[in-house]
Design a protein around this ligand. Structure first.
Ligand code: ADE
Ligand code: ZN
Length: 326
C-alpha cells in the first residue's frame, strides 16, 4: 500500500508492532551485505514477492529466516531507526515496540547487543522522531517456558529498559497456562503484561491469558467474539485489545476485512484499537491499516477518533501521560 497523509489523520499510538517484523526487504539486503549473510532471493523485490502467506506458521517461517541478517547492535539500531522514521510519517506519537530476544539468542547474538542497539535509538525517539517509546520483550510460546524464564531473569539482571513482557509465535497447541511462572515473575518485578491470544487460537486462550497470566492487555484477541460471556466481561473491564485487521487477513485468520470481527468488538463496547503487527510483511503500516479499516467499515470521523483515542488509553504510559494525548 502506498501512504499519503490525509490532513484529518488523528494522532495515535502504535501498541502492536514487532521490531523484527518492521524489517523492509531493502534493509534486509543492506544488512545481509554488511554481515556477509546470503538471502535466498535475487533482491528486495523477489523477497517481497514471497510475502504471500497461507497462515501464521508460514509467515513465522519466513519472518524468522529473514532475521539471519540481524547480527550486531548497529543492525538493531538501524532497524529501530528505520521503523521510527516511517512511524512518524504515519502520525504515530507513541510506540510500544515488541522485541523477541529468544529469536536472536538462538542465532548466537548476545542479548546485550540486541538490547543496547534498540535502546540507544529508543532513548532519543522523542527528540529525533517526535515519538515517545516503550519496549516490550516478548517470549516464544512454542518454546519451553523454562528458557523464557531464564531470558527474563537475564533482562532483569541487566536492568534492560523494558516496560513489560509479551507472548508470541505459534498459538495453536501452546496455551497461556504454560507460562504462569514467567508472568508471575514479571508481575513481581513490576513489569506490565500483554499476550498474543485468540489470534489463531480459541477464546479460552484470551480468558486464560487474563486469569492465569494476569495479562493487562491482549494482542489480537479476535476469537473473543465467539464467547458472549467473555466479550461482555472484557467490555465491562475495558481490557485493551490491540487488533491487527490487515495482519489477520494476510495470515488468513479471517477471510476478508469485511468479515473481520472489529465492528462486533467495537459494538460490544470493548476498548479496542487497531495496529500493524509486521508492516512490510503485510504491506501496511499503521496509517495504511487505519485507511483500510475506514474503507472496509465506512467509519465516520468520530469512529476513527475513538479508535485513535483507544490506542492511547490501552498504552502502558502512566495515565496522565496517556491522557495528555487525548
Ligand atoms: N510474531 C510476529 N507477528 C506475530 C503474529 N501475528 N502472531 C504471533 N507471533 C508473531
Ligand atoms: Zn503480533
Amino acid at each position: 500500500m502506498t501512504s499519503s497523509a490525509p490532513p484529518s489523520r488523528p494522532p495515535r499510538a502504535e501498541l502492536h508492532v514487532h521490531l523484527e517484523g518492521t524489517l523492509e526487504p531493502e534493509l534486509a539486503f543492506e544488512l545481509a551485505a554488511r554481515n556477509g549473510v546470503r538471502l535466498p532471493y535475487d533482491g528486495p523485490d523477489a523477497l517481497r514477492a514471497a510475502y504471500d502467506f497461507a497462515d501464521l506458521g508460514s509467515f513465522l517461517e519466513l519472518y524468522t529466516a529473514n532475521m539471519a541478517v540481524l547480527r550486531t547492535a548497529a543492525d538493531f539500531a538501524d532497524l529501530t531507526r528505520a521503523y521510527l522514521r516511517r512511524a512518524a510519517r504515519a502520525g504515530v506519537r507513541h510506540a510500544e515496540i515488541t522485541v523477541d530476544p529468544q529469536a536472536h539468542l538462538a542465532r548466537g547474538v548476545p542479548l546485550e547487543d540486541v538490547v543496547d542497539g534498540v535502546a540507544e535509538v529508543l532513548a532519543r525517539s522523542e527528540p529525533d522522531h517526535g515519538i515517545s517509546t516503550l519496549l516490550v520483550a516478548a517470549f516464544h510460546r512454542d518454546e519451553p517456558a523454562a528458557g523464557a524464564l531464564e531470558v527474563l531473569d537475564r533482562l532483569l539482571a541487566m536492568d534492560a529498559p523494558i516496560v513489560g513482557i509479551g507472548l508470541d509465535n505459534a498459538e495453536t497447541g501452546y496455551p497461556p497456562g504454560l507460562f504462569t511462572d514467567l508472568y508471575a515473575r514479571a508481575e513481581a518485578a513490576g513489569l506490565r503484561r500483554t499476550a498474543h491470544a485468540g489470534e489463531e487460537g480459541p477464546a479460552s486462550n484470551v480468558r486464560d491469558a487474563l486469569d492465569l497470566l494476569h495479562a493487562e492487555r491482549i494482542d489480537h484477541g479476535i476469537a473473543v467474539v465467539q464467547d458472549p460471556d467473555l466479550l461482555a466481561r472484557v467490555a465491562a473491564e475495558q481490557v485493551p485489545f490491540t487488533v491487527c485487521p490487515v495482519s489477520n487477513v494476510r495470515l488468513r485468520a479471517v477471510p476478508s476485512l469485511a468479515e473481520h470481527p472489529l465492528p462486533a468488538m467495537m459494538a460490544a463496547g470493548m476498548l479496542v484499537s487497531v495496529h500493524s503487527d509486521d508492516p512490510p510483511y503485510f504491506d501496511a503500516y499503521v496509517d495504511d491499516v487505519d485507511d483500510a479499516v475506514t474503507a472496509a467499515f465506512g467509519h465516520t470521523r468520530d469512529q476513527r477518533a475513538a479508535l485513535a483515542a483507544a490506542s492511547f488509553r490501552g498504552s502502558f504510559l502512566p495515565p496522565d501521560r496517556a491522557a495528555a494525548h487525548l
